[in-house]
Design a protein around this ligand. Structure first.
Ligand code: GLY
Length: 331
């Protein structure tokens, strides 16, 4: 499993960054102003995102990263590709509805300054991640939900779209015939897109967006819009995102846990594994459940781990966009 990028570090900065994790721990003990990103020298950018749909999303992000753009812009542009794809039935307006036939969307975004924006239980909007970014940039808040989030979006120029799509409505009507609630591992359990990027300036950002579990209870919100659960970014340490059954991720505040484990000196891959093991210790029967974590260190090291086989992610690094399989817990 890939766990470390092979960079050609030629600068003194590179040497410093490869000097182990002590500096990360020391960085934690320094008083860092809330809004001052770390300054660092040019480096190769990297972006990774969950599941097969991550390949197309990475392409969108890479256009920005390869031109020297900001990680925040890259992750927003990247996951918008997935949000706009009507064939993806777990993200955006193409997503499967809840039990009442409503498509309700969750998304969040976080930048290198520790700023965050989020929307949950949002309907009728094609790009929830961009509304989340606007919450971050235009309001004093982190999170808006439901009708308040919709009103904010419409007031800020987003268009109200028809939802559900005919395909989603058809699927829901089919589901109603039995109304059995048994999400399928790795398909409905759950293939959120989470994306993490490191830009050429050495700054991190992340985004996460989903329609949530198919046929969930009306009003259910998963981990994806919850800062610390579905996504967490700390420019001093690294970034992490989650996919899978949100309830399991929320209970351990999964992405924040992964970043804090990295802060303690674990590699991204080790941190993801320890977070999955934390979940495993709390749930006796994980047979039909899936959670996967992705992590990206501030030095470009990355890793992943999932509860069970089947979690993959798209990685754009060293000029190549490719799929990688995560290591997993249940052998
Ligand atoms: N991880 C997405 C959800 O559970 O809604």
């Amino acid at each position: 499993m890939p766990s470390r990028r092979k960079f050609l570090w030629t600068s003194a900065l590179g040497t410093a960054l490869l000097g182990g994790v002590d500096h990360l721990v020391r960085a934690e003990n320094r008083s860092v102003p809330f809004s001052s990103p770390r300054k660092s020298a040019a480096r190769p950018p990297i972006v990774l995102s969950t599941w097969d749909h991550g390949l197309a999303a990475n392409e969108g992000a890479w256009k920005i990263l390869s031109a020297g753009g900001r990680a925040l812009d890259a992750v927003e542009a990247g996951v918008r590709v997935t949000e706009a794809d009507p064939k993806v039935n777990t993200v955006g307006l193409g997503g499967l509805p809840d039990r009442d036939g409503k498509v309700t969307l969750d998304a969040c975004i976080m930048d290198e300054n520790g700023r965050a924006g989020s929307v949950a239980f949002l309907q009728h909007i094609r790009h929830p991640v961009s509304v989340a970014r606007m919450v971050m940039e235009k309001t004093p808040h982190v999170m808006l939900v439901g009708s308040g989030a919709l009103r904010f979006a419409l007031d800020n120029g987003f268009k109200k779209e028809k939802s559900p799509t005919p395909e989603s409505e058809r699927a829901w009507k089919e589901w109603l015939k039995t109304a059995r609630y048994q999400p399928v591992v790795n398909v409905e359990n759950h293939d959120t897109i989470g994306m993490l990027a490191l830009d050429a300036k050495g700054n991190l950002a992340g985004a996460c967006t989903t329609s949530g579990l198919a046929y969930k209870m009306h009003g259910r919100v998963g981990d994806s819009p919850l800062i610390g659960a579905g996504l967490y970014v700390d420019n001093e340490v690294g970034a992490a995102c989650a996919t899978g059954l949100g309830e399991l991720v929320i209970r351990v505040v999964g992405s924040h846990l992964v970043v804090e484990l990295m802060r303690q000196g674990n590699s991204p891959a080790q941190a993801c594994r320890l977070a999955v093991e934390r979940i495993a210790r709390k749930h006796a029967d994980l047979k039909d459940l899936q959670v996967g974590f992705l992590a990206l260190g501030r030095n470009g090291e990355y890793g992943s781990y999932s509860v069970q086989r089947g979690f993959n992610y798209a990685l754009y690094a060293d000029g190549k966009n490719r799929m990688e399989n995560a290591e997993f817990h249940l052998k």
